[in-house]
Design a binder for this molecule. Structure first.
Ligand SMILES: Nc1ncnc2c1ncn2[C@@H]1O[C@H](COP(=O)(O)OP(=O)(O)OP(=O)(O)O)[C@@H](O)[C@H]1O
Length: 655
């Protein structure tokens, strides 16, 4: 028999002054049973001798001398622990101690920037790289959820992505069961909410993120700082809930900054990290015993988590303190490695690996739907979420129109008289329509896509689909928006300013303007695949568009007069084909009048639109169909480029 510890109310009877005092109570002995006596847990996770090193530049890029030099930094150093189903393990440690890196390592999400050694075993079987995502569920620190979906819809779409082969009624039942397990049933029909409109609370959002993972019945769930940003009561409720989930034969591992002392009783295992080392790992009673035996008693009324984390942290405020605290941390780590708790833990790891009849690795339920079904679910989810954003929909449909109204108000009505701007005004409208429509497309993508991209990053790591599938689902949804929005714009601008009155030409004008608008959005998406910062994408797109219209349009400088290299480059711009098409659409066969005012010096040389076409784009009417084909070819080319860009993103995004 061995003493264990519990928290005892100490002080006033009303409980307001509950404090911490450890009192021994008798429990069953847990010391090294013979292998045959021990009841095997349904699932166990062992992390064995994991170390992670990265190579870093010594100084910043502006200090060339030190930037050239590199040093090796140990982020994790020989970390081992063993945890069994039914247990919840809290990983504590000060900021930068390596908690998240350890979690990433367990989840197989460490990336390839450093060198990783050591192994992760489940049920004594080594987890291979391809198996990590099917074995572990990982809840990230930030909740990436779609703001306009309800809790139930959020979970249903996730279930459809993960468990498509289940019938609709099975999915409904599964979602209801998970909501009940996480006490979310009362907010099932409430929207998630966002920064500008209210929805469920922060704690409920956390629970929705956890519920999304539970849909696949994982046996091991890892959570990075699930209580960050929550008030301490809600944070406690989350940890208690996780402990309950663990009790149902799951392993839960959670990193946590500052747990309240009440949680002492809740964690089955506590790991303390400092400078990448596991300073201690054991159950709460063992923790108190261990530190007390080293002469570090937890004073009464103090939170043991705070005390022990402080004791093992390295204080870098001065070199003396750093040396002293580092020595202390090192002493404690060495003592832990010599302690019986450590020996027992390594024995358990060995024992689970050497078992003759090792149970299989418990994988998450995953009856993945076909690629087309996933695209369908992703598309429906995107549409439902974005259509509920009333202001967003109005803006997307009217942004081109607002711009068109501005141009129309400025130009008023086109004249046929060359001395009254018949040429200049028409070319100006074409230039503006070609130049501005990619911007509106770009604005949409920059405003809406980064949130979806964050969700795709997470869900693709969870194995639900691949990032490029989310990209495809998004672009499928932009087509109807773009067609309607551009049609509204051209219908107004074309007839309001009085362009060529042939309805067929109006349709061609609309069909041409549609493309730069969609290209603006597509190209932005392509860039968002490989560039993380939307502001950089914004600036990059603006520059690309300016360069494209300058080189491609031939308005600023006639194409024939440009250096050869720019002439060749112009063939790579969609603006070249678009402007050529619009000039032909508007000017072909158009007759001008010429009534010069008294004293007008210029002649009436330009009598019809064909002369304009000959000057700007010689031979353009004969290339009309080819230009259309070339212009529209940019769309599939960019879709392909986008797929490649999001495949590259798979390698760029670590978590
Ligand atoms: N790939 C990497 N390259 C360079 N440094 C890294 C890398 N991964 C982690 N680190 C560094 O390792 C240290 C530990 O990082 P980690 O995020 O694991 O700490 P943490 O304990 O989770 O901190 P916090 O509680 O603040 O989130 C940090 O100093 C971090 O900058």
């Amino acid at each position: 028999m061995k003493d264990s510890y519990s928290m005892q109310a100490n002080g006033q009877k009303n409980g307001s002054n509950e404090s911490f005092k450890f009192v021994p109570e008798k429990t069953t002995d847990v010391q090294s049973p013979a292998p045959s006596d021990q009841k095997q847990p349904p699932c166990c996770l062992s992390v064995s001798k994991v170390s992670y090193t990265v190579s870093e530049r010594v100084g910043p890029w502006w200090d060339i001398q030190s930037y050239r030099k590199k040093w090796t930094r140990q982020i994790l150093n020989d970390v081992s622990f063993h945890v069994e189903s039914g247990q919840i393990m809290g990983i504590l440690g000060n900021s930068g101690s390596g908690k998240t890196t350890l979690l990433d390592t367990i989840a197989g999400r460490i990336g390839n920037t450093g060198t990783l050694i050591g192994e992760v075993f489940v049920n004594g079987r080594k987890v291979k790289q391809a198996q990590f995502q099917d074995c572990f569920s990982y809840v990230l620190q930030s909740d990436n959820l779609l703001s306009y979906l309800t809790v139930e819809e959020t979970l249903t779409f996730t279930a459809q992505l993960a468990l498509r082969q289940h019938s609709a009624s099975t999915i409904r039942k599964k979602v209801a069961a998970v909501m009940a397990e996480l006490s979310l049933s009362h907010v099932a029909n409430t929207v998630i909410g966002g920064r500008i409109f209210p929805g469920i609370s922060g704690g409920e959002r956390r629970r929705v993120s956890i519920a999304s993972q539970l849909l696949q019945d994982p046996k091991v769930i890892l959570l990075d700082e699930p209580t960050t940003g929550l008030d301490s009561m809600t944070a406690n409720q989350i940890v208690v809930l996780l402990a309950e989930l663990a009790r149902r034969d799951r392993i839960i591992i959670v990193t946590i900054h500052q747990p309240r002392s009440e949680l002492f009783r809740v964690f089955s295992r506590i790991a303390i990290m400092s400078c990448g080392e596991l300073v201690f790992c054991g159950d709460p009673g063992e923790m108190v015993d261990f530190f007390s035996s080293r002469g570090y008693e937890c004073p009464e009324y103090c939170n043991p988590f705070d005390i022990y984390v402080d004791l093992t942290s390295v204080d870098t405020r001065s070199s003396e303190r750093e040396a002293a605290t580092y020595r202390r941390m090192h002493d404690i780590t060495s003592a832990y490695r010599r302690a019986e708790i450590y020996q027992r833990m390594t024995w358990k790891i060995r024992q689970s690996c050497q078992r003759a009849n090792k149970p299989m690795i418990p994988f998450k339920s995953k009856e993945s739907p076909s690629c087309m079904s996933k695209l369908g679910v992703l598309h429906r989810r995107t549409v439902r979420n974005l259509f509920r954003d009333r202001m967003g929909v109005i803006m997307r449909l009217s942004q081109n129109l607002i711009y068109g109204m501005f141009v129309a108000f400025f130009v008023m009505h086109l004249d046929d008289d060359v001395t009254k701007g018949a040429l200049q005004d028409r070319i100006g409208i074409i230039y503006q329509a070609m130049g501005a429509s990619p911007y509106t497309g770009m604005l949409n993508a920059v405003a809406l896509f980064p949130a979806m991209r964050a969700i795709a990053d997470q869900e693709s790591k969870d194995g639900l689909y691949q990032k490029w599938q989310m990209f495809l689902a998004y672009i499928i949804h932009i087509f109807p928006f773009s067609i309607i929005s551009v049609f509204i714009f051209t219908s107004f601008l074309y007839w309001a300013v009085g362009m060529h009155p042939d309805p067929w030409r109006f349709m061609c004008f609309t069909a041409v303007i549609m493309v730069p608008h969609i290209i603006g959005e597509l190209l932005t998406l392509v860039l968002l695949g490989v560039v993380q910062d939307p502001n950089m994408v914004n600036s990059g797109m603006a520059l690309l568009n300016i360069a494209g219209i300058m080189v491609g349009s031939g308005f600023l400088r006639s194409t024939q007069q440009m250096p050869l290299v720019f002439q060749w480059l112009s063939y790579l711009t969609f603006q070249k084909y678009g402007c050529e098409l619009l000039i032909v659409t508007e000017f072909y066969g158009l007759n001008f009048t010429c009534n010069p005012p008294v004293g007008f010096q210029g002649g009436c040389l330009i009598k019809d639109g064909n002369i304009v076409i000959d000057q700007l784009y010689p031979g353009a009417p004969s290339r009309y169909t080819l230009d259309f084909l070339m212009l529209y070819a940019f769309l599939p080319a960019l879709v392909l480029l986008g797929i490649i860009s999001f495949k590259i993103r798979d390698r760029l995004v670590r978590r």
